[in-house]
Ligand binder design. Structure first.
Ligand SMILES: [Cu+2]
Length: 415
């Protein structure tokens, strides 16, 4: 690599972007319309928010990104998703300015941005221990048409498509005909080659307002052999034990429900195990926090200033109970929680090996007692991969992820 090329690349690394659509956090999208039905909004022109404030109805903003980086899709049930994508050098595929419009309702902005924040891969014998994300954008794989069924490829490496998701609902009636509908997802994904592994980074935007980020690991096993206590025999006989390992995937979600102001994170627990009753307990997180998964625990990001027509504040709920919950040694404190909530800082980009010198190096150290004014959620989902004979080339994709679901965005099923 020549000096000048290296300089250009390092500048790109600092800017953290390959595409042209990187935006400064200060360039906040206008606080758009409240989440109320279009008909009512046009009649009322405003809805009353709590504390006596009035959320103004304003015109929809101009598209925030140029055509190649803009995604705008109306799914068969009438739900519409609008967002921008960019291929950042550091995080790879990054989705910004995500707006959901339920059928017959006004748009609601959900996320300022979301991207992968790390894939930590510690092997069961104690080494090696990889941090696979640092320059993910450089590893994007050109996709073939067959890799993007029914969709369109953007700049060769990003697929935008629609996929069936099964029954949206099915209800049988006694006195009336039964009713049902098939649901669909807008799916945006890219593939990255990191060592022997191919990672599929995918976001599904459902026609019911849910968002499902997930990572699929495929390609090839890394080929590390070990003792029987740390691996599994693959191939003929029991001469070779392929080493087990974890894929600890971190996502960063910068929520901005109708703009960054007013977003609050709540944690919900339900006590009463081994009794007949369950009691709801709400904990509002006022300061940066680390949280652990529990089977019935969930969180939500709620904007109390934005209401649906029932008067309930609009929120998105996070469930994260599918993780294998890897907990590493003291030097890997970032593995000790499943969800981190931090106040927005532009230099806090990766969950480990963070490249910005003026910020801490890992997500556990971003949590330092700051009051939450503009919350960012970091979600850690682990998968323990014990190899098997079927993992011989090409390795079947194993998936891990989570889901965020609308809670009170609309007053009823927006079908
Ligand atoms: Cu694996």
């Amino acid at each position: 690599m020549t000096v000048s090329l290296r300089l250009i690349l390092s500048c790109a690394m600092l800017a953290g972007v390959l595409g042209p659509a990187q935006t400064a956090h200060a360039a906040q999208a206008p606080r758009v319309t409240p989440a109320i039905p279009a008909a009512q909004a046009s009649a009322a022109h405003a809805v009353r928010a709590p504390q006596g404030a009035v959320a103004q109805v304003v015109r929809a903003p101009a598209p925030p990104c140029s055509a190649p980086y803009r995604i705008d899709r109306t799914l068969p049930n009438g739900a519409r998703w609008q967002l921008c994508w960019e291929m950042r050098t550091i995080e790879g595929l990054t989705l910004t300015k995500v707006v959901y419009t339920p059928k017959g309702n006004r748009p609601v902005s959900v996320l300022r941005s979301t991207a992968l924040a790390q894939i930590h891969v510690p092997y069961d014998s104690g080494s090696p221990r990889y941090h696979d994300i640092g320059a993910l954008g450089h590893t994007a794989i050109p996709l073939l048409a067959a890799d993007c069924p029914g969709g369109e490829r953007r700049e060769q490496s990003v697929c935008v498509t629609t996929r069936a998701r099964g029954h949206a609902y099915l209800k049988s009636g006694y006195d009336e005909p039964s009713t049902s509908a098939q649901g669909h997802d807008l799916v945006v994904f890219a593939a990255f080659q990191v060592g022997w592994y191919t990672y599929l980074a995918e976001w599904a935007f459902s026609d019911d307002g849910a968002i499902t980020p997930r990572v699929g690991a495929t390609g090839s096993l890394a080929g590390f052999t070990t003792t029987p206590g740390h691996g599994w025999p693959i191939g003929v006989g029991s001469a070779t034990f392929e080493e087990s390992h974890s894929h600890n995937v971190f996502w960063r979600l910068d929520f901005d429900i109708q703009g960054k102001s007013g977003d609050v994170v709540e944690q919900y627990d339900f006590s009463g195990s081994r009794t007949a009753k369950r009691k709801l307990k709400r904990t509002t997180l006022t300061r940066e926090a680390k949280a652990l998964n529990r089977r019935t625990r969930w969180w939500r990001v709620v904007d109390r200033g934005v209401r649906n027509t029932d008067g309930h504040p609009v929120s998105w709920e996070l469930n994260n109970s599918d993780s294998s919950q890897y907990r590493g040694p003291a030097g890997e404190a970032f593995t000790r929680a499943d969800v981190y909530v931090t106040d927005y800082r532009s230099c806090e980009r990766l969950a480990t090996t963070n490249p910005a010198p003026r910020c801490a190096g890992s997500v556990d150290r971003y949590v330092n007692g700051e009051r939450l004014t503009d919350p960012v959620l970091w979600v850690n989902v682990g998968y323990h991969h014990v190899p098997r004979d079927e993992d011989a080339d090409p390795m079947p994709t194993h998936w891990q992820g989570f889901r965020i679901t609308p809670r009170d965005v609309t007053a009823k099923n927006p079908r």
